[in-house]
Design a protein around this ligand. Structure first.
Ligand code: AMP
Length: 264
């Protein structure tokens, strides 16, 4: 597995692959890797000859009061997981390499960013599209893989690629869950054993609502925040249908969890 820390090192490795006609799939991450990330690396392999992953905890998608400083960082374990997943190249840029020209946004999120996450994290998608645009321009992959776990993010990225005519195919990877249905997340590491038990209720509640027919479903969606609070969540940001999914975000202590399930 090759490692690049700078844009120049990256190009030195990528250029011969591209001259050779190898198809490149790219999986961006913020590290603290788990089986959800690994599944995206494996999916990438199905679409390409070379798999490139990045680890970069992007400061511009965190608000000042959020967990940027405390976001889990475990580079050695991450490198082992990437190596085991058969990743060909890992890009570990410095902040000064990504934002060499400053933090000015080059791209704007489109209508997919309206509502849901944006009502609670207004800075978030602006940060996401700007780091992804910069990573795309450094790597210039044929394909990029994003998890359905962050379903709105996936739609925002699809819209960005379309709006700005980026020649990159975006693929969504299914959500990987633990044995009780909890969507794997790097932030699950923040949860105490008691909070973990509560967290595992979120998917069960969403699935139960999704299994209902209208008009019972709409009624259940409106009641969902109460159900989540009764299950032990501390604050509910939203439970809302969109893109034929039921999407939710809720707080457990200082930890914010998101999940979504398909609506049949
Ligand atoms: P992150 O490191 O949290 O920024 O996530 C990097 C990528 O992994 C994003 O495209 C996420 O949507 C995806 N991802 C995170 N958790 C999961 C999961 N449980 N299943 C599938 N993909 C995931």
């Amino acid at each position: 597995m090759r490692i690049a820390f700078t844009h120049a090192e990256l190009e030195e490795i990528l250029t011969p692959w591209k001259i050779d006609g190898q198809r490149i799939a790219f999986v961006p991450t913020m590290g603290a890797l788990h089986a959800g990330h690994v599944s995206l690396m494996q999916l990438a392999r199905e679409y390409a000859d070379k798999v490139v992953a990045s680890i970069f905890v992007n400061p511009t998608q965190f608000a000042p009061h959020e967990d940027f400083e405390h976001y889990p960082r475990q580079e050695a374990a991450d490198m082992d997981k990437l190596e085991e997943s058969g990743v060909d190249l890992v890009y570990l840029p410095l902040e000064s390499g990504i934002y060499a020209d400053g933090l000015e946004p080059y791209v704007q999120p489109g209508s997919a960013a309206e509502g849901l996450e944006t009502l609670f994290r207004p800075h978030f998608f602006g940060g996401v599209v700007n780091v992804v645009e910069r990573l795309f321009s450094h790597i210039q992959p044929d394909i990029a893989i994003f998890g359905e776990k962050d379903f709105q993010q996936l739609q925002v990225i699809r819209e960005m690629v379309e709006t700005y005519n980026m020649p990159i195919r975006i693929i969504g990877g299914p959500i990987v869950r633990d044995s009780e249905g909890l969507a794997l997340s790097s932030r699950n590491a923040y949860l105490s054993p008691e909070e973990l038990a509560v967290a595992r209720q979120m998917n069960k509640i969403l699935l139960r609502i999704a299994s209902l027919r209208e008009p019972a479903r709409l009624e259940a969606i409106q009641k969902a925040p109460q159900d989540l609070l009764a299950a032990g969540f501390d604050k509910i940001d939203y439970v809302q249908p969109r893109w034929n999914r039921l999407l939710a975000a809720a707080w457990l202590g200082k930890t914010r969890l998101i999940d979504n399930v398909p609506l049949a």
